[in-house]
Design a binder for this molecule. Sequence first.
Ligand code: MIG
Length: 801
Amino acid sequence: MIATKLPAGWKSIGDAQIVLNSDQQIVLNCGDSQLQVSPLANDLVRIRVTPTSGSQDLGSWAVAKERWDLPKHGFSDDGRNVTIDLKDFKIRISKSPVRVTFLTPEGDIINQDDSSKGMGWDGSEVRVWKTMPENELYYGFGEKTGMLDRRGLAMTDWNSDIPAYTPGTDPLYQSIPFFLGMQNGKFYGIFFDNTFRSSFDMGKESQRYYSFGAEGGTIDYYFFYGPSPKKVLERFTELTGRMNLPPKWALGYQQCRWSYSPEAKVRDIAENFRKRNIPCDVIYLDIDYMDGYRCFTWSKENFPNPQKMVSDLAHDGFKIVTIIDPGIKKDSTYWVYQEGARGNHFVRKADSAVFIGPVWPGDCAFPDFANTDARIWWGGLYKDLVKTGIKGFWNDMNEPSVFDVPSKTFPLDARHNVDGEVETHAEIHNVYGMEMARGTYEGLLKLQPNERPFVLTRAGYAGTQRYSAAWTGDNVSSWEHLAMAMPMCMNFGLSGQPFVGPDIGGFIGTPTGEMYTRWLEYGVFLPLCRSHSVKGSINKEPWAFGENFEAINRKFIELRYRLLPYLYTEFYKASVTGVPIMRPLMLEFPEDKTTYRIDTQFMVGGDILVSPVVEAGSTTRRMYLPAGNWYDFWTREKIAGGKWIEAAAPIDRIPIFVRAGSVIPMQQVVQYSDQAPADPLTFEIFPSDTAHGLCYEDDGISFDYRKGMYRSVDVDVKIEGNVISLERSKAKGTFTPAARSVVFAINGVTRRPGSISIRGVSISEAKTLEEVKEGWIFDASQKCLSIKTMDTPDAFSVSIK
Ligand code: MIG
């Protein structure tokens, strides 16, 4: 036996003595402990080590899918090694010492336990050590500051409220113990499902191995094999759940501040948006709308008639989102406190008295969101706000954050009543925020069963995307933060949470007009597009920096609205695949090594590449275009990729490229998402020899799409010599938009067409498309041929000669 070299005090897993193989599980009895290997799919296995004395599997907060159609596995035991064969990979376990190795079907090692350390524990701590190949990179890990690739870094998972965090701050608000490992474009994933304070050391301590572990609980992890990164993410989000399709308005521009108050200020902000023709869907109310920070109340003084205000603003297309914190003011005359106390819904200390800690309202009690009854009670509290017309809810401070105590949170031995089972705060801490968001989400569903909830949470754990969007907390108005928000959001997306964004413009501090505009220019491409700012800061609305910047800000927010059909389609795809909307380049181009460490460029969906400007005073941007052909979104010029370029980036432009071969659905500018239906619906076509795209639509608000009330069409274009043929598929689904036009704008067309026919009938050239129901125009300077017709549900083709 090889001597184990664990840290002093650590005990290694013992040798395997008895091996049992069944359809569900392979169990290796290893002295004091037991190694359980559970294949769940051909590319997914769960690895668990428990004491032989028995430890119940109490279930997981993260796992959404408990029952799997178990794959058939091959099994062999040659005395030294146990080998388990799955279709996509195999697992080899040496018995003495017990070490786990994952291999491709051909026998190449994907990932293996460190030979000298393996798996072990010390008291209540558990840890797994893995060999770290020289050329392996690591992504994901939830919400982390710093760069995209995490190799060489050590990170902790412990939900923490750290305002004005810096690029070195760790941990932050969310804990998602999942990562992707990648060598040469081949990916695996590991999800360490342990809610205790945990840590990942990805080569900081040693370049020879990496490790992950926690201060309690068991070794319990899932191993996913791709090798494609999208396949890993699809499987990971099958396990932990996917974002539900949000209401379409949540994709609009969102304006926040701590705080817009009183009512006159909120109305003034709304008026400014409409007067200035800057599109906006959402205005947030931060903590000052409440009566003394009491959740679920209104300040009578500042908001005397919330119902009237909300309905007036709704009339102008605004949706109001209010903040709700977990801290419930300890006030015997306050109904929420009374109900919580009476219902026994609050977290208790080890001595069983209700835990009281100070936050905004002063001394507070905190709902025990780990308890089903408490969550149901909590969900019901939203009733009056929903009746008032509030459309979404923003759950803050739910790490949980507590003022004036060194730990900034509950005592670790505080007690949560997990439906009869008492668990300590040490175990529940990292899921407290997720369970708050869950209580909110499920409560809203109960109050309005056929309306998609919008919840935004600060804290979370793996799986929070099932209930809520997320933002990256209290960032800073600096170029460093402007740049860092990109890898932060991308790693969030690679951890199962696609609906993310930072406070655009920076929360704390004072951006220059240039910085605010540069931030917004790419902010409009983020899944969550929200400006926010701290109390006492300068104004940070899109018009706050003078007319020149205002005009640019308007143009970019308009661009987001023009792109709504594309963004909504990408949201829909993310809700069914788990592949994020905002993507690092390597997710689309895993074969291209240059993409592996690109932090400040990103893809929106599969087809649009955005290269923000991240420095003051720049007018050009050195950027990487991955292999293939691209179109410059601004000039429509075609350019070959696979190289670094210096792209023009004057203050009113950031480089945006569209992948050749794509079709991007777009629409006219509207002032809010549901102001008017898309008309015309425009398919911007960027051909290579072919082009393909999809447009998904539905009513934008209800769950009827799940019953088939949606409309999805494919557009396929083929170019052969001088002939372009376009096929619009038959519309799928039963959702029927009002009669409208559709425009196909084919870019890169150099020759004026001789004849065009649609549905077999020839159509004529027009002067402008606005005035005709059907016709075409050719813009030689833009190399763009635009064809307009009625958007009928049947399949039809367009032929251009
Ligand atoms: O202790 O509600 O991250 O977005 O504006 C600060 C006031 C509490 C922190 C949030 C921030 C919000 C602020 N909150």
